[in-house]
Design a protein around this ligand. Structure first.
Ligand code: PYC
Length: 351
């Protein structure tokens, strides 16, 4: 199995162009519930054996140019997101994932996991030990996956996510030009500042995407000035990276809708897997969801994930839940990208 992943995801493929080098990356592009996913099947950098959390640190320290080159303009855009497969550490696991995003190498990405596994299964880059199930190592921990596949198509992927919890309650901030807000901070694989309708925030559509992005940047920096949540078991996971604007559902068969802000100017087109997990952890901690409850979450563009509170657990001293999220992804094409050392923007750019 490790050999199959190693063969399918070979090390950085370089060719010489005179004095310069060309770095080639073979990718499968697609989307999960509308948000982009780029699986790099050839061209992954060699990293030392270890946990995906250790490999994440090594990647950030030694080859972050690959992430920025593949995610930022001119090869990517504000919402771009993707990952590499690595051999897992545990013999029980099928595959390890390293996420690359415009916002960094996330500890966990739900829409990314659904897309990467869908493309990996459909195009033979993952061969499961048990058909229909996978054990997946990500920097934030180990995921248990159930998927439905027939005639070469993966129809849905259900992730039992890492333990998720409400980290901070009732944080009061004053947003210049907008007014006071009271937020919770919850963890679902990343830390989210969660804003529910209140005061000047009357709903997603009343604000619109441009204003949501502008306000989110301010809110995230105000929250970061006040608190820095640290994961109770892995202290490399720390700090609020995302803002989740919660809203009422737009359809009677859904339970909620959101807009998740990440990076510098992205609104997730999917309902956001780690955001949905954090939202369910917040609602469970506040007594608004119970073990066994489902939570159908709509995104800003009204695509959907089905969430569920699977079990209650603890994370360090915190009561926590194990949430699941289920959704579908679609490959849209193969993409051979290269980065030449002598081009003007080998590591991409942000405007
Ligand atoms: O689905 O977890 C997610 C995610 C994180 C950032 C964008 N999407």
């Amino acid at each position: 199995m490790d050999d199959q992943i190693a063969a399918a995801s070979t090390a950085v493929r370089d060719i010489a162009l005179g004095q310069q080098r060309r770095h080639i990356f073979e990718c499968i592009d697609g989307h999960t519930a509308g948000n982009p996913v780029r699986l790099v099947v050839e061209g992954r950098p060699a990293l030392r054996d270890g946990s995906m959390s250790e490999r994440r640190q090594e990647f950030l320290a030694t080859c972050d140019w690959i992430r920025t080159g593949l995610m930022f303009e001119p090869r990517g855009h504000d919402m771009m997101s993707g990952g590499f497969f690595y051999p897992p550490q545990s013999p029980e696991a099928d595959v390890g994932i390293l996420f690359i995003e415009t916002s960094g190498c996330l500890p966990m990405c739900g829409h990314g996991t659904i897309g990467l596994l869908t493309f990996g299964l459909e195009y033979g880059h993952i061969v499961p030990k048990t058909p229909g199930q996978l054990v997946v190592e990500v920097p934030a921990g180990t995921l248990r996956i159930d998927y439905a596949m027939d005639a070469g198509r993966v129809h849905s992927v259900k992730i039992r996510n890492v333990p998720s919890y409400l980290a901070i309650r009732d944080l009061a901030i004053e947003v210049p030009g907008f007014g006071p807000l009271t937020l919770d901070v919850a963890y679902g694989g990343n830390y989210y500042a969660i804003v529910e309708p209140q005061g000047a925030y009357t709903g997603l559509d009343a604000l619109g995407a441009a204003r949501l992005i502008e306000l989110s940047r301010t809110i995230r920096s105000l929250v970061r000035d006040m608190v820095e949540p640290v994961h109770p078991i892995d202290p490399t996971i720390r700090g609020v990276s995302h803002v989740l604007w919660a809203d009422a559902p737009s359809a009677p068969d859904a339970d909620g809708r959101n807009a998740v802000f990440y990076g510098e100017r992205a609104i997730d087109r999917s309902p956001c897997g780690t955001g949905t997990s954090a939202r369910m952890a917040q609602l469970a901690a506040r007594g608004r969801l119970s073990v066994g409850d489902s939570y159908v979450h709509e995104s800003y563009i009204r695509s959907r994930f089905i969430g569920r509170v699977e079990t209650a657990t603890t994370l360090g001293e915190f009561p926590a839940i194990v949430p699941s999220i289920e959704g579908s992804a679609y490959a849209t094409g193969f993409n051979r990208l290269w980065i030449d050392d002598d081009e003007p923007f080998p590591a991409g750019f942000v405007v």
